[in-house]
Structures are given as C-alpha cells and as structure tokens.
Design a protein around this ligand. Structure first.
Ligand code: CA
Length: 229
C-alpha cells in the first residue's frame, strides 16, 4: 500500500515515514501544500495523511483541489487538539477521518488500515475469502485454519489483492504500490512473487485463489465472506 505524508514538521514527518515503512507501507513525503498537491495528483496512492497547518498551500486547500481533480483515495487529516472547527472543515473539504496532535503512532496506523479496508469494501480487519483468512492487524495468513508464512513482499501483494478481492489489479499498479521510486521496477519480479504466493497458499493446486488475466493483471478470485461487500 502506498501512502503520502504531507507534514511540514521535519521530526514528525521523518517519524511517520520510518514507522509507516516499518508497518509495510511504501511512503512518499511532502513538506508543504504545493509538494503535497503535486504528489497527490501524480503518484499512484492508496491513502494520504495530510496535516492541516501547512506552508504555501493549506491542508484544506490541498484536499479541496485533490477532490476537485477527482482523486478518490482516502485522506486522514492531522489536526490541532481541541479544534473542532478544523475537523469539521477538513471532513467537509473531503477528508475521511482525522487524528488530533499529539498522537500515538498506533492510532494513525489503525485509522489508516480502517480507511483502506473500507475503501476496499471490507467492514472488519479480517479479510476472509473462503478458506483464506488475512488479518490486517497481525499481518498473518491462515489457509484452512493453518498459518502460512509469507515474506514481507508476498504479504504486501496478497493484502493488496485481497483488499480489492474481485477487482483486476495490473502488474504496473502492484509494482507502483509496493516499491519505492528508487527500487528497480521489473514486472518479472511480481510474476515470480505471485508464483511463490500461489504455491504457498495452494500447494495442492486446488483453490486457485489468484487468477492471471493475460495482459491485464491479477485478480483474487475466491469470493468474499464479508457480509458488507
Ligand atoms: Ca503543520
């Protein structure tokens, strides 16, 4: 999952960058409203964290312009504590949720994960598709009740596919959302990782959880158990 952090306080920005990367996100950062608007318009993002008090262009203005440009990814705003007007204005501008400063990183992470789940049409942190269950909080996988060990990148691919179970996800999208810009982008790597994922999830070749659509990408093919989907 690729997240944009727009925050002018260097310490906070660096903390968020480090901790989000540790939590498995690909992280882009911007230091002011202009940079944030550019990144929000140009990068293939899954979610954004936007501080409201930003130089050059306010966070509210960034959100308004992104929404006016039909950018629909979820946005979490950072607000000053005890400023309810900020929260209301932020939500009215098109943000989806807020966290008041100072915050515990765990709260930001939980809210981001919830926004991503809801954007994918899931109501709960457990993504269940038939015999395959992915827990987005613990980052664990079970197949037919037995734990399956995945590498970080295998997990990220599976999470991306299962969050959007039923949708076709192109190789380009997977590559862009899973790797930093400076990482070598090679779609063969994705093919190899998906091949390994298939063998780990489905060693008997019976479930066929991940479908390949020639020239279009991949689709997580097992139906969702989630009643809300
Ligand atoms: Ca600020």
């Amino acid at each position: 999952m690729r997240v944009l952090v727009v925050e002018d306080e260097a310490t906070l920005r660096d903390t968020l960058r480090t901790r989000l990367a540790d939590a498995g996100f690909t992280v882009d950062v911007a230091r002011d409203g202009n940079e944030g608007l550019f990144a929000g318009q140009e990068y293939p993002l899954d979610v954004a964290i936007i501080d409201l008090g930003l130089p050059i262009l306010s966070g509210l203005e960034v959100i308004r312009r992104l929404r006016a440009a039909h950018k629909t990814f979820p946005i979490l705003i950072l607000t000053a504590r005890d400023n309810w007007q900020d929260k209301v204005e932020g939500l009215q501008a098109g943000a989806d949720d807020y966290v008041a400063k100072p915050f515990h990183f765990e709260e930001v992470l939980a809210r981001l994960q919830a926004l991503l789940r809801r954007a994918g049409g899931w109501a709960t942190p457990q993504l269940k598709c038939g015999p395959i269950v992915l827990d987005t909080r613990a980052q664990t996988i079970q197949v037919q009740g037995a734990p399956v060990e995945l590498t970080t990148f295998e997990y990220r691919i599976l999470e991306h596919l299962m969050l959007r179970a039923g949708d076709v996800i192109s190789k380009t999208e997977l590559t862009e959302r899973l790797y930093d810009q400076d990482f070598e982008r090679d779609s063969n790597v994705i093919e190899v990782l998906v091949g390994r994922l298939r063998r780990k999830l489905d060693p008997q070749d019976q479930l066929h959880p991940i479908e390949t659509l020639r020239g279009r990408g991949y689709r997580f093919a097992l139906p969702r158990d989630d009643a809300s989907s």
